[in-house]
Design a protein around this ligand. Structure first.
Ligand SMILES: [Zn+2]
Length: 71
C-alpha cells in the first residue's frame, strides 16, 4: 500500500505531500502552492524528475552573477 505523508514544502514552506509509491519504488514530493515537484528512487536515492520554478530561477541568477564577475 502507498503511504502518503503531509510535509512542509522545502521551497515555499507551505504544506505539501510526500507519497511513497511501493510499486514504482519511488518517493514523490509535491506542493500545489508553488508547483514544486520531485520524484526520487526510494532504493537508489537518485532524482528521477524535479521541478521548482523558484529553485531554477535562483540557479540562473547565480550563473548570471558568476558570468558578470568573469567579464
Ligand atoms: Zn511549495
Amino acid at each position: 500500500m502507498d503511504l502518503i505523508q503531509r510535509i512542509r514544502c522545502s521551497n515555499c514552506g507551505n504544506y505539501g505531500q510526500r507519497r511513497y509509491l511501493q510499486h514504482k519504488k519511488t518517493i514523490q514530493t509535491s506542493c500545489s502552492n508553488c508547483d514544486y515537484y520531485m520524484e526520487i528512487g526510494s532504493e537508489t536515492g537518485k532524482v528521477i524528475e524535479a521541478y521548482a520554478p523558484g529553485i531554477y530561477f535562483r540557479v540562473d541568477s547565480l550563473q548570471t552573477a558568476v558570468n558578470s564577475i568573469a567579464v
